[in-house]
Design a protein around this ligand. Structure first.
Ligand SMILES: Cc1cc2nc3c(=O)[nH]c(=O)nc-3n(C[C@H](O)[C@H](O)[C@H](O)COP(=O)(O)OP(=O)(O)OC[C@H]3O[C@@H](n4cnc5c(N)ncnc54)[C@H](O)[C@@H]3O)c2cc1C
Length: 398
Protein backbone atom coordinates (compact mmCIF):
# COMPACT_ATOMS: atom_id res chain seq x y z
CA UNK A 1 0.00 0.00 0.00
CA UNK A 2 1.38 3.44 -0.95
CA UNK A 3 0.43 6.39 1.22
CA UNK A 4 -0.14 9.79 -0.33
CA UNK A 5 -0.73 12.47 2.29
CA UNK A 6 -2.05 15.92 1.36
CA UNK A 7 -1.67 18.72 3.92
CA UNK A 8 -4.45 21.30 3.69
CA UNK A 9 -7.91 21.31 2.12
CA UNK A 10 -7.96 24.75 0.49
CA UNK A 11 -7.78 25.48 -3.22
CA UNK A 12 -4.50 23.63 -3.66
CA UNK A 13 -5.01 20.79 -1.18
CA UNK A 14 -8.53 19.81 -2.20
CA UNK A 15 -7.62 19.75 -5.87
CA UNK A 16 -4.35 17.90 -5.24
CA UNK A 17 -6.23 15.15 -3.42
CA UNK A 18 -8.89 14.96 -6.12
CA UNK A 19 -6.24 15.10 -8.86
CA UNK A 20 -4.44 12.18 -7.23
CA UNK A 21 -7.67 10.16 -6.92
CA UNK A 22 -8.46 10.87 -10.56
CA UNK A 23 -5.01 9.68 -11.67
CA UNK A 24 -5.33 6.48 -9.60
CA UNK A 25 -8.70 5.89 -11.25
CA UNK A 26 -7.36 6.64 -14.73
CA UNK A 27 -4.48 4.19 -14.35
CA UNK A 28 -6.69 1.54 -12.77
CA UNK A 29 -4.12 1.47 -9.97
CA UNK A 30 -4.77 -0.27 -6.67
CA UNK A 31 -3.19 -0.19 -3.24
CA UNK A 32 -3.20 3.56 -2.80
CA UNK A 33 -4.40 5.43 0.26
CA UNK A 34 -4.91 9.17 -0.21
CA UNK A 35 -5.38 11.08 3.04
CA UNK A 36 -6.07 14.77 3.53
CA UNK A 37 -4.90 16.26 6.83
CA UNK A 38 -6.44 19.63 7.52
CA UNK A 39 -7.17 21.77 10.54
CA UNK A 40 -10.78 22.12 9.37
CA UNK A 41 -13.14 19.45 7.98
CA UNK A 42 -14.03 21.95 5.26
CA UNK A 43 -12.99 23.26 1.89
CA UNK A 44 -13.14 26.99 2.55
CA UNK A 45 -13.81 29.37 -0.35
CA UNK A 46 -11.37 31.79 1.23
CA UNK A 47 -11.61 34.37 -1.56
CA UNK A 48 -15.19 35.18 -0.46
CA UNK A 49 -14.40 35.95 3.18
CA UNK A 50 -14.85 39.69 2.59
CA UNK A 51 -18.52 39.18 1.70
CA UNK A 52 -21.36 39.88 4.13
CA UNK A 53 -22.98 36.44 3.70
CA UNK A 54 -20.56 33.68 4.61
CA UNK A 55 -23.01 30.82 4.02
CA UNK A 56 -21.52 29.78 0.65
CA UNK A 57 -17.91 30.02 1.88
CA UNK A 58 -17.65 26.65 3.63
CA UNK A 59 -18.07 23.22 2.05
CA UNK A 60 -17.89 20.06 4.22
CA UNK A 61 -15.09 17.81 2.94
CA UNK A 62 -17.43 14.83 3.27
CA UNK A 63 -19.44 16.23 0.33
CA UNK A 64 -16.49 16.21 -2.05
CA UNK A 65 -13.97 13.68 -0.75
CA UNK A 66 -16.22 10.85 0.43
CA UNK A 67 -17.75 10.17 -3.01
CA UNK A 68 -14.27 9.49 -4.41
CA UNK A 69 -12.97 7.53 -1.42
CA UNK A 70 -10.42 10.02 -0.09
CA UNK A 71 -9.87 9.85 3.66
CA UNK A 72 -9.72 13.08 5.60
CA UNK A 73 -8.60 13.77 9.09
CA UNK A 74 -9.18 16.97 11.04
CA UNK A 75 -5.89 17.72 12.76
CA UNK A 76 -3.37 20.52 13.13
CA UNK A 77 -0.09 19.70 11.44
CA UNK A 78 2.78 20.67 13.75
CA UNK A 79 5.88 19.33 11.98
CA UNK A 80 7.13 17.82 8.74
CA UNK A 81 10.22 15.62 8.77
CA UNK A 82 11.39 14.88 5.22
CA UNK A 83 14.20 12.60 6.47
CA UNK A 84 11.86 10.10 8.12
CA UNK A 85 8.93 10.76 5.72
CA UNK A 86 6.80 11.68 8.73
CA UNK A 87 4.26 14.41 9.40
CA UNK A 88 3.30 15.12 13.00
CA UNK A 89 -0.15 16.42 13.78
CA UNK A 90 -2.46 16.80 16.77
CA UNK A 91 -3.77 13.34 15.79
CA UNK A 92 -0.30 11.76 15.99
CA UNK A 93 2.43 10.84 13.48
CA UNK A 94 1.66 10.01 9.85
CA UNK A 95 4.13 8.43 7.46
CA UNK A 96 3.97 8.99 3.73
CA UNK A 97 5.41 7.69 0.51
CA UNK A 98 4.63 10.98 -1.20
CA UNK A 99 3.55 14.23 0.45
CA UNK A 100 1.77 17.25 -1.01
CA UNK A 101 2.21 20.38 1.12
CA UNK A 102 -0.73 22.75 0.54
CA UNK A 103 -0.94 24.58 3.86
CA UNK A 104 -1.65 27.99 2.37
CA UNK A 105 -0.70 31.40 3.70
CA UNK A 106 -1.55 33.68 6.59
CA UNK A 107 -1.99 37.41 6.97
CA UNK A 108 0.84 38.77 9.09
CA UNK A 109 -0.20 40.94 12.01
CA UNK A 110 2.84 42.94 13.11
CA UNK A 111 3.64 43.72 16.69
CA UNK A 112 1.60 46.93 16.89
CA UNK A 113 0.15 47.67 20.35
CA UNK A 114 -3.46 46.44 20.53
CA UNK A 115 -3.57 44.93 17.04
CA UNK A 116 -3.68 41.28 18.08
CA UNK A 117 -6.25 42.02 20.79
CA UNK A 118 -8.56 44.38 18.91
CA UNK A 119 -7.82 43.80 15.24
CA UNK A 120 -9.99 41.71 12.90
CA UNK A 121 -9.23 40.03 9.60
CA UNK A 122 -10.91 38.20 6.75
CA UNK A 123 -8.01 35.81 6.25
CA UNK A 124 -9.91 32.72 7.34
CA UNK A 125 -13.53 31.73 7.60
CA UNK A 126 -13.26 31.90 11.39
CA UNK A 127 -11.77 35.38 11.17
CA UNK A 128 -14.53 36.55 8.84
CA UNK A 129 -17.18 35.04 11.13
CA UNK A 130 -15.66 36.82 14.12
CA UNK A 131 -15.86 40.12 12.22
CA UNK A 132 -19.45 39.41 11.22
CA UNK A 133 -20.46 38.68 14.85
CA UNK A 134 -18.59 41.74 16.10
CA UNK A 135 -20.43 44.03 13.66
CA UNK A 136 -23.77 42.47 14.56
CA UNK A 137 -22.96 42.96 18.25
CA UNK A 138 -22.12 46.64 17.66
CA UNK A 139 -25.40 47.12 15.84
CA UNK A 140 -27.27 45.84 18.92
CA UNK A 141 -25.51 48.41 21.19
CA UNK A 142 -25.94 52.18 21.30
CA UNK A 143 -25.00 53.79 17.97
CA UNK A 144 -21.73 55.71 18.26
CA UNK A 145 -19.28 57.15 15.74
CA UNK A 146 -16.80 54.40 16.62
CA UNK A 147 -19.38 51.67 16.11
CA UNK A 148 -20.41 52.83 12.66
CA UNK A 149 -16.83 53.41 11.49
CA UNK A 150 -14.56 50.71 10.09
CA UNK A 151 -10.88 51.11 9.28
CA UNK A 152 -9.33 48.71 6.79
CA UNK A 153 -5.54 48.53 6.87
CA UNK A 154 -3.82 47.48 3.65
CA UNK A 155 -5.04 48.79 0.30
CA UNK A 156 -4.01 45.68 -1.63
CA UNK A 157 -6.54 43.40 -3.28
CA UNK A 158 -8.05 41.96 -0.10
CA UNK A 159 -8.21 45.34 1.60
CA UNK A 160 -9.90 47.01 -1.37
CA UNK A 161 -12.50 44.24 -1.67
CA UNK A 162 -13.18 44.46 2.06
CA UNK A 163 -13.37 48.27 2.10
CA UNK A 164 -15.76 48.34 -0.88
CA UNK A 165 -18.11 45.85 0.77
CA UNK A 166 -18.21 47.54 4.18
CA UNK A 167 -20.20 50.74 3.45
CA UNK A 168 -23.32 48.78 2.51
CA UNK A 169 -22.78 46.30 5.36
CA UNK A 170 -22.50 49.14 7.86
CA UNK A 171 -25.44 51.00 6.32
CA UNK A 172 -27.70 48.00 6.86
CA UNK A 173 -26.48 47.57 10.45
CA UNK A 174 -26.59 51.28 11.36
CA UNK A 175 -29.54 52.71 9.41
CA UNK A 176 -29.73 55.85 11.57
CA UNK A 177 -26.11 57.00 11.30
CA UNK A 178 -23.81 57.78 8.39
CA UNK A 179 -21.34 54.89 8.28
CA UNK A 180 -17.70 55.70 7.63
CA UNK A 181 -15.06 53.44 6.07
CA UNK A 182 -11.39 54.48 5.93
CA UNK A 183 -8.75 52.59 3.95
CA UNK A 184 -5.18 53.03 5.25
CA UNK A 185 -1.95 52.08 3.52
CA UNK A 186 1.77 52.83 3.81
CA UNK A 187 1.98 53.11 0.03
CA UNK A 188 1.19 56.43 -1.65
CA UNK A 189 -1.50 54.76 -3.82
CA UNK A 190 -4.33 52.32 -3.39
CA UNK A 191 -3.97 49.00 -5.20
CA UNK A 192 -0.23 49.33 -5.79
CA UNK A 193 -0.17 45.71 -7.01
CA UNK A 194 -2.93 46.39 -9.53
CA UNK A 195 -0.88 48.91 -11.53
CA UNK A 196 -1.57 52.25 -13.14
CA UNK A 197 -4.25 51.06 -15.56
CA UNK A 198 -6.63 49.82 -12.85
CA UNK A 199 -5.90 52.53 -10.29
CA UNK A 200 -8.29 55.19 -11.66
CA UNK A 201 -11.10 52.61 -11.72
CA UNK A 202 -10.40 51.63 -8.12
CA UNK A 203 -10.13 55.26 -7.00
CA UNK A 204 -13.42 56.14 -8.70
CA UNK A 205 -15.13 53.18 -7.01
CA UNK A 206 -13.85 54.18 -3.57
CA UNK A 207 -15.06 57.70 -4.24
CA UNK A 208 -18.53 56.52 -5.34
CA UNK A 209 -18.84 54.36 -2.23
CA UNK A 210 -17.65 57.14 0.06
CA UNK A 211 -14.59 55.19 1.24
CA UNK A 212 -12.00 57.62 2.57
CA UNK A 213 -8.27 56.94 2.34
CA UNK A 214 -5.18 57.70 4.39
CA UNK A 215 -2.19 56.90 2.20
CA UNK A 216 1.53 56.97 2.92
CA UNK A 217 0.83 56.40 6.60
CA UNK A 218 1.17 53.49 8.99
CA UNK A 219 -0.74 52.33 12.05
CA UNK A 220 0.97 52.78 15.42
CA UNK A 221 -1.69 51.58 17.86
CA UNK A 222 -5.13 50.00 17.99
CA UNK A 223 -7.56 49.88 20.88
CA UNK A 224 -11.24 49.16 21.44
CA UNK A 225 -12.30 52.64 20.36
CA UNK A 226 -9.84 53.78 17.76
CA UNK A 227 -6.72 53.46 15.68
CA UNK A 228 -3.72 55.79 15.83
CA UNK A 229 -1.89 56.57 12.60
CA UNK A 230 1.78 57.45 12.17
CA UNK A 231 0.73 61.05 11.46
CA UNK A 232 -0.72 61.25 14.98
CA UNK A 233 -4.30 61.23 13.69
CA UNK A 234 -6.67 59.10 15.74
CA UNK A 235 -9.61 57.57 13.87
CA UNK A 236 -12.45 56.66 16.24
CA UNK A 237 -13.50 53.11 15.36
CA UNK A 238 -14.53 49.86 16.99
CA UNK A 239 -13.53 47.85 13.91
CA UNK A 240 -10.04 47.60 12.47
CA UNK A 241 -9.70 45.00 9.72
CA UNK A 242 -6.09 44.07 9.04
CA UNK A 243 -5.45 43.11 5.41
CA UNK A 244 -1.75 43.92 5.00
CA UNK A 245 0.95 41.35 4.29
CA UNK A 246 0.74 37.65 3.46
CA UNK A 247 3.28 34.95 4.27
CA UNK A 248 3.36 31.26 3.41
CA UNK A 249 2.59 28.84 6.21
CA UNK A 250 5.61 28.76 8.57
CA UNK A 251 5.73 24.93 8.42
CA UNK A 252 7.46 25.38 5.05
CA UNK A 253 10.61 26.02 7.11
CA UNK A 254 10.62 22.35 8.17
CA UNK A 255 11.68 21.31 4.68
CA UNK A 256 15.06 22.93 5.17
CA UNK A 257 15.38 24.49 1.72
CA UNK A 258 15.87 28.19 0.96
CA UNK A 259 12.48 29.89 0.62
CA UNK A 260 11.55 33.12 -1.14
CA UNK A 261 10.76 36.43 0.62
CA UNK A 262 7.14 35.27 1.12
CA UNK A 263 8.31 32.04 2.76
CA UNK A 264 7.39 29.94 -0.27
CA UNK A 265 9.03 26.69 -1.31
CA UNK A 266 10.70 26.55 -4.72
CA UNK A 267 9.07 23.89 -6.91
CA UNK A 268 9.96 22.63 -10.37
CA UNK A 269 7.57 22.50 -13.33
CA UNK A 270 6.09 19.28 -11.90
CA UNK A 271 5.41 20.85 -8.47
CA UNK A 272 8.19 18.83 -6.80
CA UNK A 273 9.92 20.78 -4.05
CA UNK A 274 13.41 21.44 -5.34
CA UNK A 275 15.96 19.72 -3.14
CA UNK A 276 13.56 17.54 -1.13
CA UNK A 277 12.76 13.97 -2.16
CA UNK A 278 9.14 12.80 -2.43
CA UNK A 279 7.51 16.10 -1.47
CA UNK A 280 5.35 18.19 -3.78
CA UNK A 281 3.94 21.63 -2.92
CA UNK A 282 1.07 23.66 -4.38
CA UNK A 283 -0.81 26.89 -3.78
CA UNK A 284 0.39 29.74 -1.59
CA UNK A 285 3.20 27.66 -0.03
CA UNK A 286 4.87 27.16 -3.40
CA UNK A 287 6.66 29.34 -5.90
CA UNK A 288 6.26 27.82 -9.37
CA UNK A 289 7.22 29.12 -12.78
CA UNK A 290 4.05 30.07 -14.68
CA UNK A 291 5.89 31.06 -17.85
CA UNK A 292 9.49 31.89 -18.76
CA UNK A 293 9.29 35.28 -17.03
CA UNK A 294 6.82 34.95 -14.15
CA UNK A 295 6.44 33.03 -10.91
CA UNK A 296 3.10 32.03 -9.45
CA UNK A 297 1.16 34.55 -7.39
CA UNK A 298 -0.54 33.66 -4.11
CA UNK A 299 -4.00 33.21 -5.61
CA UNK A 300 -6.68 30.63 -6.19
CA UNK A 301 -6.15 31.33 -9.89
CA UNK A 302 -2.77 29.59 -9.57
CA UNK A 303 -3.45 27.44 -6.51
CA UNK A 304 -6.20 25.34 -8.10
CA UNK A 305 -4.27 24.23 -11.21
CA UNK A 306 -1.13 23.76 -9.12
CA UNK A 307 -3.17 21.40 -6.96
CA UNK A 308 -4.61 19.42 -9.87
CA UNK A 309 -1.18 18.99 -11.46
CA UNK A 310 0.50 18.11 -8.15
CA UNK A 311 -2.14 15.43 -7.58
CA UNK A 312 -1.66 14.00 -11.05
CA UNK A 313 2.11 14.01 -10.71
CA UNK A 314 2.33 12.56 -7.22
CA UNK A 315 0.63 9.36 -8.42
CA UNK A 316 2.51 9.31 -11.74
CA UNK A 317 5.76 9.66 -9.81
CA UNK A 318 4.94 6.70 -7.56
CA UNK A 319 4.12 4.56 -10.59
CA UNK A 320 7.03 5.71 -12.75
CA UNK A 321 4.64 7.23 -15.27
CA UNK A 322 5.49 10.48 -17.09
CA UNK A 323 4.83 13.70 -15.14
CA UNK A 324 3.00 16.69 -16.57
CA UNK A 325 4.57 20.14 -16.43
CA UNK A 326 2.42 23.12 -15.49
CA UNK A 327 2.70 26.36 -17.44
CA UNK A 328 -0.17 28.87 -17.56
CA UNK A 329 -0.06 31.17 -20.60
CA UNK A 330 -2.47 33.80 -19.28
CA UNK A 331 -2.86 35.88 -16.14
CA UNK A 332 -5.86 37.97 -15.10
CA UNK A 333 -7.07 39.80 -12.01
CA UNK A 334 -10.73 40.41 -11.27
CA UNK A 335 -11.13 42.70 -8.29
CA UNK A 336 -14.52 43.16 -6.62
CA UNK A 337 -15.45 46.79 -5.99
CA UNK A 338 -18.67 46.05 -4.10
CA UNK A 339 -21.75 47.95 -5.33
CA UNK A 340 -19.41 49.92 -7.66
CA UNK A 341 -18.84 46.81 -9.79
CA UNK A 342 -15.43 45.24 -10.40
CA UNK A 343 -12.29 45.72 -12.46
CA UNK A 344 -10.93 43.02 -14.76
CA UNK A 345 -7.30 43.23 -15.90
CA UNK A 346 -5.40 41.01 -18.30
CA UNK A 347 -1.72 40.27 -18.56
CA UNK A 348 1.13 40.60 -16.08
CA UNK A 349 1.14 44.35 -16.73
CA UNK A 350 -2.52 44.35 -15.67
CA UNK A 351 -4.24 46.43 -18.30
CA UNK A 352 -7.95 46.99 -17.76
CA UNK A 353 -10.22 45.10 -20.17
CA UNK A 354 -13.54 45.54 -18.34
CA UNK A 355 -14.98 47.39 -15.38
CA UNK A 356 -18.31 48.20 -13.74
CA UNK A 357 -21.21 45.81 -14.21
CA UNK A 358 -19.50 43.84 -16.97
CA UNK A 359 -16.50 42.94 -14.79
CA UNK A 360 -18.81 42.34 -11.82
CA UNK A 361 -20.72 39.68 -13.79
CA UNK A 362 -17.43 37.84 -14.32
CA UNK A 363 -16.45 38.22 -10.66
CA UNK A 364 -19.79 36.78 -9.56
CA UNK A 365 -19.35 33.83 -11.89
CA UNK A 366 -15.85 33.21 -10.49
CA UNK A 367 -16.90 33.53 -6.84
CA UNK A 368 -20.20 31.71 -7.25
CA UNK A 369 -19.43 28.93 -9.72
CA UNK A 370 -16.04 28.66 -11.39
CA UNK A 371 -13.95 27.92 -8.29
CA UNK A 372 -16.37 25.42 -6.72
CA UNK A 373 -16.00 21.65 -6.95
CA UNK A 374 -19.12 19.74 -8.07
CA UNK A 375 -21.41 19.53 -5.04
CA UNK A 376 -23.78 16.85 -6.30
CA UNK A 377 -21.86 13.90 -4.86
CA UNK A 378 -21.32 12.53 -8.38
CA UNK A 379 -18.01 10.64 -8.31
CA UNK A 380 -17.41 10.89 -12.06
CA UNK A 381 -18.14 14.61 -12.17
CA UNK A 382 -15.82 15.28 -9.22
CA UNK A 383 -12.97 13.28 -10.78
CA UNK A 384 -13.50 14.89 -14.18
CA UNK A 385 -13.22 18.36 -12.62
CA UNK A 386 -9.79 17.37 -11.22
CA UNK A 387 -8.25 16.68 -14.66
CA UNK A 388 -4.85 18.32 -15.21
CA UNK A 389 -6.07 20.76 -17.81
CA UNK A 390 -6.12 24.54 -17.84
CA UNK A 391 -9.32 26.52 -17.71
CA UNK A 392 -9.74 29.31 -20.23
CA UNK A 393 -9.74 32.90 -18.98
CA UNK A 394 -12.77 33.68 -16.83
CA UNK A 395 -15.82 35.34 -18.34
CA UNK A 396 -19.36 36.04 -17.19
CA UNK A 397 -20.32 32.63 -18.63
CA UNK A 398 -17.75 30.57 -16.77
C1 LIG B 1 -10.42 37.92 1.49
C2 LIG B 1 -9.57 37.28 0.45
C3 LIG B 1 -9.84 37.52 -0.90
C4 LIG B 1 -9.07 36.91 -1.88
N1 LIG B 1 -9.37 37.15 -3.19
C5 LIG B 1 -8.73 36.47 -4.15
C6 LIG B 1 -9.10 36.61 -5.51
O1 LIG B 1 -9.99 37.40 -5.86
N2 LIG B 1 -8.46 35.87 -6.44
C7 LIG B 1 -7.46 34.99 -6.10
O2 LIG B 1 -6.93 34.30 -6.99
N3 LIG B 1 -7.05 34.84 -4.81
C8 LIG B 1 -7.65 35.56 -3.83
N4 LIG B 1 -7.29 35.41 -2.53
C9 LIG B 1 -6.13 34.55 -2.21
C10 LIG B 1 -6.55 33.08 -2.14
O3 LIG B 1 -7.58 32.92 -1.21
C11 LIG B 1 -5.37 32.21 -1.76
O4 LIG B 1 -4.33 32.45 -2.66
C12 LIG B 1 -5.78 30.76 -1.80
O5 LIG B 1 -6.72 30.49 -0.79
C13 LIG B 1 -4.56 29.85 -1.65
O6 LIG B 1 -4.96 28.51 -1.67
P1 LIG B 1 -4.17 27.45 -0.78
O7 LIG B 1 -4.85 26.14 -0.97
O8 LIG B 1 -2.72 27.55 -1.06
O9 LIG B 1 -4.36 27.96 0.72
P2 LIG B 1 -5.70 28.05 1.58
O10 LIG B 1 -6.88 28.22 0.69
O11 LIG B 1 -5.45 29.07 2.62
O12 LIG B 1 -5.78 26.62 2.27
C14 LIG B 1 -4.85 26.23 3.27
C15 LIG B 1 -5.36 24.98 3.94
O13 LIG B 1 -4.40 24.53 4.88
C16 LIG B 1 -5.04 24.28 6.12
N5 LIG B 1 -4.05 24.48 7.17
C17 LIG B 1 -3.32 25.59 7.41
N6 LIG B 1 -2.47 25.37 8.43
C18 LIG B 1 -2.67 24.11 8.84
C19 LIG B 1 -2.08 23.28 9.84
N7 LIG B 1 -1.09 23.72 10.64
N8 LIG B 1 -2.53 22.02 9.97
C20 LIG B 1 -3.51 21.53 9.17
N9 LIG B 1 -4.09 22.27 8.20
C21 LIG B 1 -3.68 23.53 8.04
C22 LIG B 1 -6.21 25.24 6.15
O14 LIG B 1 -7.22 24.83 7.04
C23 LIG B 1 -6.67 25.17 4.69
O15 LIG B 1 -7.48 24.05 4.49
C24 LIG B 1 -7.99 36.05 -1.51
C25 LIG B 1 -7.71 35.82 -0.17
C26 LIG B 1 -8.47 36.44 0.81
C27 LIG B 1 -8.16 36.19 2.26
Amino acid sequence: MSDVVVLGSGFAGLWAALGAARRVDELGATDFAITVLSSQPYHDIRVRNYEADLTPCRIPLTEVLDPVGIQHLTADVTAIDPASHTVTSSAGPHTYDRLVVALGSQVVKPDIPGLKEFGFDVDTYDGALRLQRHLAGLARSAATTSASTAVVVGAGLTGIETACELPSRLASLFPDTAPRVVLVDRNPHVGSDMGASARPVIEAALDTLGVQTRLGVGVTAVDADGVTLSTGEVLPTSTVVWCAGMRANPLTADLGVPRDRLGRLPVDDYLRVIGVADIFAAGDVASARMDDAHLSVMSCQHGRPMGRYAGYNVISDLLDEPLLSLRIPWYVTVLDLGPAGAVYTEGWDRHVVASGAEAKATKMTINGRRIYPPLNGDRDAILAAAAPTLQTRPSAEG
